[in-house]
Design a protein around this ligand. Structure first.
Ligand SMILES: Nc1ncnc2c1ncn2[C@@H]1O[C@H](COP(=O)(O)OP(=O)(O)OP(=O)(O)O)[C@@H](O)[C@H]1O
Ligand SMILES: [Mg+2]
Length: 310
């Protein structure tokens, strides 16, 4: 569905995108993960025909972004970075406006708008002006505008940035439901964000793809699994032995000792969370627990691993 071959883009001396190649299959939800300035937005702008690449080719549904941009634009829904909207416009009015821009025939507009409104949950705010909307609803409206012409491909640049945790969950769920029907590329600089929504992640750093895989594969790359930290008061050798026998526990290391409380780091198999088992183990043995948490894998961990020298 998307084929990118060796695209590069420079802004003066800045190499924003360097020789990037990747493919996205029909129906996949793929995340671009990278820090500020990595080249995520630039790559998306090239794919959506907003910027020409200096070198390389990109095809969307078989059409070249440089030479067949009209065909490409018809098949793409794009939510740009910062979701630019006309603040003075009414919500419904803006949808009719976009439907007209998208050349949706008059007779079909109402129905297409109805579908987008239903999918994005815009019913409660249809009569408002865009300027009155909360950020979460603005983002939903941005998504509705991007998918009003029922494109096969959605390109979403940081769709959850600036939202509160509840709004983030709503938008994630919306993206997941969009992803059931469409091919989606979204960008983020937050690992849990892409893990929650994407089938596959491309890690981009300084204009280059430095790693790719499923969210689980990347997390495993970062830590060789995951880890739980526990501080327990009790007989150390017994504690070690019993934790070791839990399914999914890999290696246990003692990382500290303070007043009879031992701090342990337990590496686990990817996707295994031993917190609950450890809690019950401690409780059954009448030890005491003063700390128990799962180590969250940060983007920095992944980067350190993927961009390590030598
Ligand atoms: N129009 C432009 N003119 C000059 N430099 C640009 C322009 N657009 C992007 N750049 C530079 O290209 C590099 C990549 O920028 P890009 O916006 O693609 O990164 P990004 O991964 O989207 O970052 P962010 O997470 O901050 O949105 C940066 O160094 C940026 O400063
Ligand atoms: Mg960006």
């Amino acid at each position: 569905m998307i084929e990118v071959n060796n695209i590069s883009k420079n802004f003066g001396p800045t190499q924003a995108v360097k020789n990037v190649s990747f493919n996205v299959n029909k129906g996949e939800v793929v995340g671009f993960l990278g820090p500020n300035g990595a080249g995520k937005s630039t790559t998306m702008r090239i794919l959506t025909c907003y910027l020409p690449a200096d070198a390389g080719t990109a095809k969307i549904a078989g059409f070249d972004v440089a030479t067949q941009s009209l065909e490409v634009r018809k098949r793409i829904g794009y939510l740009p970075e910062n979701n630019p909207l006309y603040m003075e416009m009414g919500v419904l009015e803006s949808l009719y406006y976009i439907a007209a821009l998208r050349d949706i025939p008059h007779a079909a507009r109402k129905e297409k708008i109805r579908k987008a409104v239903d999918l994005c949950g815009l019913e409660p705010i249809l009569s408002k002006d865009i300027g009155e909307l909360s950020k979460g609803f603005r983002q939903r409206l941005g998504l509705a505008q991007a998918l009003i012409h029922d494109p096969d491909i959605m390109i979403l640049d940081e769709p959850t940035i600036g939202l509160d945790p509840n709004q983030i969950i709503e938008i994630r769920n919306l993206i997941k439901s969009i992803g059931r029907e469409k091919t989606v590329i979204l960008s983020s600089h937050i690992l849990p964000e892409v893990s929650a929504t994407c089938d596959r992640v491309l890690i981009i750093n300084r204009g280059e793809i430095v790693g790719s895989g499923t969210p689980e594969e990347l997390a495993a790359m970062a830590t060789g699994g995951q880890a739980v930290n526990a501080s327990i008061r009790g007989p150390l050798s017994q504690i070690q032995e019993k934790i070791q026998s839990l399914a999914g526990a890999r290696e246990i290391s003692v990382t500290g000792e303070d007043n009879g409380i031992t701090r342990l780091t337990i590496k686990t198999d990817p996707g295994t969370d031993l917190c609950e088992e450890i809690f019950f183990l401690v409780s059954r043995n009448s030890w005491s627990l003063s700390e128990l948490y799962r180590e969250t894998i940060t983007l920095e961990d992944v980067f350190r691993e993927l961009t390590r020298e030598g």
